[in-house]
Design a protein around this ligand. Structure first.
Ligand code: SF4
Ligand code: SF4
Length: 407
């Protein structure tokens, strides 16, 4: 992998970074997550990204564990302080100290203010966040300071101008270009010599999954061997201003594929035909994707138990892949109704409390969008069918399963 250099600090960073957020911490899978991180590092990845809020600090613990045995020295670690939630200056140091302790490190290479927009930054500025960052740098607790951005495009430059940042973390993929971020903003940050890190290059996996037939056709016509993930990742990596693309890889195949792509795609290496094809694919998809959810999960947990990103995902999939009503509704019933596992997470449970709205990184009116999901999938009789599944079929199936296990 050919590393890219951040002008501001001279650090040489691999174009592919390991976004650890989606790594499993459960039971046997914990060991596999640690193994994946190490395989990534052995194959040239030198940037690992985590955050305080990922699995309530347990994700940072996983990183600490994976970086034992000499791996710490091979990578730059980035983590994030839950800035969006901080109300007072006195709350800042305890977070940083706790993170250092959890990570088992003397310093953090890249420290991001997590999930900010202009309004949050103004509040943080008023309560002394820049003094906190200066002090943390001076004390050697952090080496670089930046922000992860979920605000509007029009405010991005104002946030860049607020402090002498070393880097930023932005959402950038071919589908969201011009919605979450645009080239004007990227060039501005780049002109300040900042490192530019990218999250959601595959839009939460959507751009790597099955595409509508006409999009697949378009891609295959130009290059029959190129996967959908490759189209999406290569589009981001093609930008010379981008330092590093963070990908949330959860299995070895994804990891191998992404490493191969990051090795192959150099800045400005896509042909005009490839760029035109991606633009065309994007326009075709735009016409079909109904709710612009990045499945980032920042709105969760919902007090009523609604699985917000999954509701939107199934709704989008139905239209994007033109699924038949019966198939889409059955999928919704089994995955969100609780008919199979007794855990109802469907849109109809939303009490319109609005708690999730301010947390949405895409500024969606979540309760309103959930009404659409409900009316699409929760047909008259949904609760009866769901109840039969949950209270009759499921317990009977469990009993049969128990009996078989005892035999
Ligand atoms: S508005 Fe609905 S989905 Fe959002 S937190 Fe409240 S109950 Fe949950
Ligand atoms: S609704 Fe918003 S916050 Fe929730 S997963 Fe989707 S984009 Fe993220």
């Amino acid at each position: 992998m050919e590393n890219r250099v951040i002008e501001k600090n001279g650090d040489s960073i691999s174009p592919l970074g390991f976004g650890a957020m989606r790594l499993s911490l459960n039971g046997r899978e914990y060991g596999e997550s640690r193994r994946l991180l190490r395989i990534g590092i052995n194959n040239g990845i030198n940037f690992i990204d985590t955050a305080y809020v990922y699995s309530n600090g347990n994700n940072e613990k996983l990183i600490a564990d994976a970086l034992k045995d000499g791996y710490r020295e091979k990578v730059k670690i980035s983590t994030k302080i839950p800035a969006f939630n901080i109300k007072r200056r006195e709350e800042m140091e305890p977070y940083l100290n706790k993170q250092l302790k959890t990570l088992g490190m003397d310093y953090i290479d890249y420290y991001f203010l997590h999930n900010v927009n202009l309004k949050i930054m103004e509040r943080l500025s008023d309560i002394g966040v820049f003094e906190f960052l200066d002090k943390a740098k001076k004390e050697g607790k952090i080496r670089n300071a930046g922000f992860s951005y979920h605000g509007e495009i029009k405010d991005f430059k104002k946030v860049v101008d607020m402090y002498d940042w070393d880097m930023c973390l932005i959402q950038f993929n071919y589908y969201d270009d011009g919605i979450q971020m645009d080239m004007d903003c990227i060039e501005y940050a780049h002109s300040k010599k900042m490192g530019i890190f990218v999250m959601e290059p595959l839009k939460g996996g959507i751009l790597a999954g099955d595409m509508p037939e006409k999009v697949e056709k378009e891609f295959r016509k130009v290059n029959p061997k190129k996967t959908n993930a490759e189209w999406a990742l290569s589009w981001v990596l093609n930008h010379p201003e981008i330092t590093c693309v963070l990908s949330g890889m959860t299995d070895i195949e994804q990891l191998r594929e992404n490493i191969r792509i990051a090795k192959e795609v150099k800045p400005n290496s896509l042909s005009d035909e490839e760029l035109k094809t991606i633009k065309h694919a994007r326009n075709m998809m735009k016409k079909s994707l109904k709710i612009n959810c990045a499945t980032c999960g920042y709105c969760m947990p919902c007090p009523e138990g609604v699985n917000i990103p999954k509701c939107f995902d199934l709704y989008n999939e139905k239209f994007l892949f033109n699924k038949k009503d019966l198939k889409a509704r059955t999928q919704y019933l089994t995955q969100l109704g609780g008919a199979l596992d007794g855990n109802s997470q469907n849109a109809g449970k939303c009490s319109q409390c609005n708690k999730c709205v301010r947390l949405c990184t895409q500024h969606l009116n979540i309760p309103e969008e959930l009404k659409k999901v409900k009316s699409e999938f929760e047909y008259p009789g949904f609760n009866i069918v769901n109840g039969i599944g949950k209270y009759v079929v499921l317990p009977v199936a469990n009993r049969i399963f128990d009996m078989r296990n005892k035999l």
